[in-house]
Design a protein around this ligand. Structure first.
Ligand code: KIV
Ligand code: NA
Length: 275
């Protein structure tokens, strides 16, 4: 299993780091088999597998439940779990308690927190407590209500400077990784060059130290809107739909099950063997 030290080494040696979201055991197992470096139990699970409109409704229990499943599927891959909406803001006591649950109960190796400024103060204390932290800057989907939508961040001078300041802070506190979401390519490149922390981009262009995508986007299982930054490597939703349609038709037309699918009582089996 690669560790936080390996990720830093990979950055130094210019080797790209891969991260994929995982929400359940079978997908985690496949990602591990594909030798993906990091599994992210993202709170995107709220939208991707739980059917919510945003990540805001996702709870600690949801994240623990899905982290456990991912852990059972992938025992030898570094697992990062998102701390959900408003579970790391109110007090440091609550932040510690929630991070501890994701790690001790869920089995995560690190936790991810969205945002700069005061959030990075909480992150600093977590790290001092021995918790590996992944920072997340740029588009921070838990703040969709404040941002007013899912938009590219860091386009104007003020946002740019804020992002650079926050990225420096990420380095200063000793975060394990920085996820940078939906920022102009040039800015992401500048940040990746500036800090020694590996920068994992999503919609952040070609020059970050690694890339992360949502599992369902990669395999073409996303229903509805697919963002510009996604590469769909296959289209499993078409083959899944076709399989389900065939099953439905076959049963209704008495074509399934066939003789090869059925069990017989003992006497019948012996007769079959004699024939
Ligand atoms: O929840 C998630 O999937 C994420 C990635 C988009 C980085 O946070
Ligand atoms: Na997330």
């Amino acid at each position: 299993m690669k560790t936080t030290a390996d990720f830093r080494k990979m950055k130094e040696m210019n080797q790209k780091i891969t991260m994929v979201t995982a929400y359940d055991a079978p997908s985690a197992k496949l990602a591990e088999k594909a030798e993906v470096d990091v599994l992210l139990v993202g709170d995107s699970l709220g939208m991707v597998v739980l059917g919510y409109d945003s990540t805001v409704p996702v709870t600690m229990d949801d994240m623990i439940h899905h982290t456990k499943a991912v852990k059972r599927g992938a025992k030898n891959t570094f697992i990062v779990t998102d701390m959900p909406f408003l579970t790391y803001h109110a007090s440091i006591t609550e932040t510690f308690a929630n991070a501890r649950k994701l790690i001790q109960n869920g089995g995560a190796h690190a936790v991810k927190l969205e945002g700069g400024g005061a959030v990075l103060e909480k992150a600093k204390l977590l790290i001092e407590g021995g918790v590996p932290v992944v920072a997340h800057l740029g588009l921070t989907p838990q703040s969709v209500g404040v941002l007013g939508g899912y938009k590219v961040q860091g386009k104007n001078q003020r946002e740019r400077e804020q992002l650079l300041t926050d990225a420096e802070k990420v380095e200063e506190i000793g975060a394990s990784l920085l996820v940078l979401e939906c920022v102009p390519e040039g800015l992401a490149e500048e940040i990746a060059k500036k800090i020694s922390i590996p920068v994992i981009g999503i919609g952040a262009g070609r020059y970050t130290d690694g890339q992360v995508l949502v599992f369902h986007d990669i395999v073409g299982m996303t229903q509805g809107y697919v963002p510009k930054f996604v590469q769909q490597y296959t289209d499993v939703s078409t083959s899944i739909f076709e399989a389900l349609r065939l099953f439905n038709n076959d049963v209704k037309e008495n074509k399934f099950p066939e003789e090869k699918h059925v069990f017989q009582a003992k006497e019948k089996e012996q007769q079959d063997e004699k024939q």
